[in-house]
Design a protein around this ligand. Structure first.
Ligand code: AMP
Length: 255
């Protein structure tokens, strides 16, 4: 295998992390009308890592390709990725269809074949469904080694070393390309796109495909039965002294 990296970065368009999600009237999901959408924050970190790999290793990266599976509007996050430094991109337009991780992974597998990618950097999870599954399923479909929850990535020729965040410490893994990495929060701090680069990105390639072009059927195996708000918290009580606090705590049998 050539040691030049062809990096694929899958990006999901999700409700902006700063928006407080509300349940829709039907109780089947989150209300999306009139809500701001942006690139999933962990995907932004994955993209940033691919850019840093190119900056830190002269001539090692042949191409950084961004891909999103979602509605036509997901092209906005691809344009942002192109403005930040991705070279090319693909939108797999699935309209307003909710696509579950297995199908996302099957579509990504086809894009990997098309783009001849040898390193895939995904976010560890999408903040809308919190599935934390796509990278792992894709590694299974491709039969490639994977390192999830990366907090550090080092490349030496075709060898990739990844430090992972695990409970109470870190875990260091290494594998030969091709490989899959999923990005954790502390991997890096993503850059902003500059205005000149936003303008230049308008001319960069954005290929539009349908799932049928990739020969993948959009089927769902999971059905969402109900989405509920967490129970409202009971109102608090103000106490005037430590003695009063102690007697209140005794009253509710907390001590
Ligand atoms: P999830 O398994 O849904 O929590 O998502 C984990 C990662 O998989 C995300 O951070 C993305 O990198 C990728 N991913 C998930 N869904 C999509 C999608 N619809 N389009 C592109 N990438 C996706």
């Amino acid at each position: 295998m050539s040691s030049k990296l062809k990096i694929l970065v899958p990006l999901k368009r999700v409700i902006d992390f700063a928006t407080k999600p509300r349940i829709n009237k039907a109780g089947t999901g989150v209300e999306t009308t009139g809500v701001k959408f942006s690139m999933n924050p962990f995907c932004d970190i994955a993209l940033e890592e691919s850019l840093r790999i190119r900056e830190a290793n002269k001539d090692i990266v042949e191409k950084i390709h961004a891909v999103s599976i979602g509605p036509t509007k997901a092209q906005d996050i691809l344009r942002t990725a192109l403005a930040k430094g991705a070279d090319t991109s693909t939108l797999v337009d699935v309209g307003n269809e909710e696509v579950e991780p297995l199908i996302v992974a099957k579509l990504l597998q086809k894009v990997v074949e098309k783009e001849q990618s040898n390193l895939i950097i995904l976010g560890k999870q999408a903040i809308d469904d919190d599935a934390n599954q796509t990278g792992q399923i894709l590694a299974g479909l491709l039969n490639w080694p994977q390192a999830t929850n990366a907090s550090k990535v080092e490349i030496d020729g075709t060898k990739v070393t990844v430090t992972r965040e695990v409970d109470g410490g870190s875990d260091t893994l290494s594998a030969e390309l091709p490989m899959i990495i999923t990005a954790d929060l502390r991997l890096n701090e993503p850059r902003y796109a500059t205005l000149p680069n936003v303008m230049k990105a308008k001319k960069k390639p954005l290929e539009k495909l349908k799932s049928s072009d990739l020969g993948v059927e959009l089927v769902s195996r999971l059905e969402t039965l109900k989405v509920e708000e967490p129970p409202a918290r009971a109102a608090g009580v103000k106490v005037g002294s430590v003695d009063e606090l102690v007697s209140k705590l005794k009253e509710v049998k907390a001590i």
